[in-house]
Design a protein around this ligand. Structure first.
Ligand SMILES: Nc1ncnc2c1ncn2[C@@H]1O[C@H](COP(=O)(O)OP(=O)(O)OP(=O)(O)O)[C@@H](O)[C@H]1O
Ligand SMILES: [Mg+2]
Length: 255
């Protein structure tokens, strides 16, 4: 198996009630790739992530994970009991105890060194997201899975966070699977984009997806920004490789 996770023909309906949330979805992620899943609210992004991790029951289809795959996961919602005091240091040792030096190194790596004794509930949104990333890195993951990791961050915070993700990938070789609504920034930081709306509407390079009619239909005005970005890059790219600007074969809409 050359991919880290490979899903074939996934259909998920959360207990079989009502219409499926995901229908016939194929998905794979290879080592060291940065793949971003985009799509409207309720389009099944978190469900796909959880299905890939084996956290939800499948109606049909198959998910294969590379044997022994180490995954660092930051879920979309992390429930912290506000009444219960918990330091950053203690949080990093959940669910598995980690050594002080490794905890300190992870916090330093994510740009929040020395926060060990702070209360989790007293952190700013940006600090908290970085602490979550630090915790995900502690397991020396081959795959980082981040479900909307920049929620609550301001624009400079979002840009800095994606830069950090690219640095981590470059240093550790970990693949990254992200869900994001930050279209413009995240498209630039991704090798591949999957546009989801209950099924895979289109997928491919950021350039190909931003030009795909299905993507533009889903994201409307916002998609103009990403398209303009790639048109601009195209205009200024004079030494392109043959085939570089053709749209990937994956940009189709099944309906
Ligand atoms: N545990 C669950 N039980 C029943 N229905 C669920 C469950 N989790 C999600 N759903 C439903 O599945 C659909 C897809 O939800 P999901 O959380 O995957 O969407 P999403 O694309 O991640 O949305 P968002 O952008 O808001 O995070 C929604 O209609 C949601 O109500
Ligand atoms: Mg979600």
């Amino acid at each position: 198996m050359t991919s880290l996770i490979e899903a074939t023909d996934l259909t998920v309906s959360h207990g079989g009630l009502g219409a499926p949330v995901l229908s016939h979805v194929d998905f794979l992620i290879r080592p060291a790739e940065i793949v971003t899943v985009v799509g409207p609210n309720g389009s099944g992004k978190s469900t796909l992530i959880r299905a890939l991790l084996g956290h939800v029951a499948l109606d049909s289809g198959r998910v294969e994970r590379a044997p022994g795959l180490r995954i660092g996961y930051v879920p979309q919602r992390v429930h912290i009991e506000r009444a219960m005091p918990m330091t950053v240091r203690r949080f990093l040792s959940l669910p598995h105890r980690v050594r002080d030096d490794l905890a300190a190194a992870a916090l330093a790596r994510t740009g929040v060194p020395g926060l060990e004794q702070r209360q989790i509930t007293a952190l700013s949104g940006g600090q908290f997201q970085r602490v979550l990333l630090a915790r995900a890195l502690l397991n020396d993951p081959q795959l980082l899975v981040l479900d909307e990791p920049t929620q609550g961050l301001d624009q400079p915070g979002i840009v800095a966070f994606y830069k950090l993700i690219e640095e981590v990938r470059a240093e550790t070789g970990a693949a990254v699977l992200m869900v994001s609504h930050d279209l413009l920034v995240v498209m630039r930081a991704s090798d591949r984009v999957v546009c989801l709306n209950g099924h895979v509407c289109c997928e491919g390079t950021p350039q190909a997806v931003s030009a795909a009619p299905a993507y533009r239909a889903l994201f409307g005005a916002e998609s103009q920004g990403t398209l303009a970005l790639y048109r601009h890059q195209h205009d200024h790219d004079h030494d392109h490789i043959a085939g570089d600007h053709h749209h990937g074969p994956g940009c189709t809409h099944p309906h």
